[in-house]
Design a protein around this ligand. Structure first.
Ligand SMILES: [Fe+2]
Length: 291
């Protein structure tokens, strides 16, 4: 199969996140996937070093952005989608089940009445199996819940961007203990992706590399099926669920979950400012479900 697209990865060492730009050779139309807005917890300042790298690449390659795709509402970093859209355009899209995530977190943060958990903060909500175009290249959105209820993977041109559904083979899988997450559902979503053609390239959204190697983000379905420490062929559903639940019970809450979720359910828009012109993040005390 002729390769019709170029994929460029951007690794953010602060949050171990990988953002992507993928673009169509025929038209130079592009999609940006999971851009990051930097956030300094100590000072309360946002920053654009990560998103600026993406913007610089888009400009250097003279790409026209059709889409800014979120694989899910991230709990470990703020989304750079809105910041980037204001500068390079594109439609911000996520899975339709984001509405459930918005409802959960609207209640947790007691967000303003005007915040509607209806997905309207995004330009488009994908249903499972929906197809869309990046220039002349057709892409398919796949609903792969489990890590959160709203996770999507995006498949195009012999590759699939899996978000946090699978990590690199030696890292395994993401936690499934966030509100609405479920290990059994995650297993089924992983198997769905592993049923894609074995030569399919897989791009992951995070890497937490062991000391023996540097960060990596590109693998294949075949490699995952042979080597993924949590999901390789032969590991059954019950075995995975038992492992995942035991492991999740030991994990700390992500450092940036409370800042991240209240920005990410707004498609990367910061909260509306108070009457003094300053925007505030809310920290609910003793309210975030632990497990
Ligand atoms: Fe995530």
């Amino acid at each position: 199969m002729t390769v019709r697209t170029t994929t460029r990865a951007f690794f953010d060492p602060q949050t171990w996140t990988v953002s992507y730009v993928v673009w169509d050779h025929a038209t130079r139309h592009a999609a940006v996937i999971d851009p990051v807005l930097d956030y300094d917890f100590k000072s309360g300042h946002t920053g654009t070093k990560s998103a600026d790298q993406v913007r610089a690449y888009l400009q250097a390659e003279q790409l026209q952005v059709d889409w800014i795709l979120e694989t899910h509402a991230h709990a470990d970093h703020l989304s750079g989608a809105r910041w980037l859209q204001e500068r390079v355009g594109g439609r911000i899209a996520i899975g339709a089940h984001i509405r459930e995530v918005q409802a959960t977190f609207k209640e947790l943060y007691n967000l303003e009445r005007g915040f509607l958990p209806d997905g309207s903060q995004f330009d488009h909500l994908f249903g499972d199996g929906e197809t869309f175009m990046i220039g002349t290249v057709e892409a398919t959105a796949l609903w792969v819940p489990g890590h959160t209820p709203a996770d999507m993977a995006y498949r195009l041109d012999g590759a699939v961007f899996v978000g946090d559904t699978l990590f690199m083979p030696d890292v395994g899988s993401a936690r499934a203990d966030f509100p609405g997450g479920d290990a059994r559902t995650l297993y089924r979503s992983m198997r769905r992706l592993l049923a894609l053609p074995p030569e399919t390239t897989m791009y992951v959204c995070h890497d937490y590399p062991p000391a023996s190697r540097g960060p990596a983000w590109q693998t294949t379905v075949a490699s995952q099926r042979a080597h993924n420490i949590h999901a390789r062929d032969g590991i059954g559903e019950d075995e995975f669920v038992a492992m995942r639940q035991a492991r999740d019970a030991t994990l700390d809450v992500p450092a940036l979950i409370l800042p991240s979720m209240q920005v990410n359910v707004r498609a990367g828009q910061l909260p509306p400012p108070d009457d003094n012109g300053v925007a505030y993040l809310r920290i609910p005390l003793n309210a975030l479900p632990r497990h």
